[in-house]
Design a binder for this molecule. Sequence first.
Ligand SMILES: Nc1ncnc2c1ncn2[C@@H]1O[C@H](COP(=O)(O)OP(=O)(O)OP(=O)(O)O)[C@@H](O)[C@H]1O
Ligand SMILES: [Mg+2]
Length: 255
Amino acid sequence: MLRLENVSKNFGGIKAIDNVSFRVPQETILGIIGPNGAGKTTLFNLISGVLKPCKGEIILNGHQITKAPPYLRSRLGLSRTFQNISLYKELSVLENVVIGACTWTRPNLKNLFQFNNLTYKNLLKKAQMLLELLNLSDKANYFPEQLSYGHQRTVEIARSLMGKPKIILLDEPAAGLNNQESENLAQLLLFLKKNLKITLVIIEHDMDVIMNISDQILVLIEGQTLLQGSPQEVQKNPEVIKAYLGAENIFEDIP
Ligand SMILES: Nc1ncnc2c1ncn2[C@@H]1O[C@H](COP(=O)(O)OP(=O)(O)OP(=O)(O)O)[C@@H](O)[C@H]1O
Ligand SMILES: [Mg+2]
């Protein structure tokens, strides 16, 4: 579904991403971990087209997208959520979800509310169905700020699903969530993979979430891949334990 070949990105003298390659097969979850400043968000900006790589290739579902603009990538089925919640405060939860349809209906936000009645009604119906699927239908008419942090994160995922994605990039979706909310999120992400056949790439500092749902994990340190392997392989790797958080074993509590 997604392939990166020797991708690099420099900011002046900083090698934010340094010769990174990986593959994400369809209907799998790739977890990305690494210390602050390791280059994780930069990697997502390169995949989504916000930034262009200095070197290397990005292939999405067989399409060469290294230089493609973001809107083309989203039309090819790529969607993302952001490290900071990015919902529209002035719009209801339902309207926020409807906006996700922009990727396959009209090319820009300006036209969103110029849909004819029938189209808009159909979009509302689809957005309502998605909220129902994610157990949020009772919040449809709330504004984002009236929702818990966990629910706001779920609305972002609903908005992303409205764009009919084949692959979703999630940047720290569990940040700020309590244990129960993180557990619900993990279940939701597994549901998206199994039932909606969506491929997921997830940056996360929450080790419980990442270890429990990832098929493969990529460890990024100072822009370079330290290791890619199964959650078991990553947890056992002494280099990862040492490089990621010094001597402390961050995986100790994980069942
Ligand atoms: N637009 C930019 N211009 C200049 N430097 C940047 C830019 N974006 C990121 N960087 C630098 O690139 C490096 C990687 O940053 P990035 O945000 O990708 O890290 P991260 O792994 O997502 O960190 P965190 O866990 O804190 O979110 C950092 O040194 C950062 O300061
Ligand atoms: Mg980041």
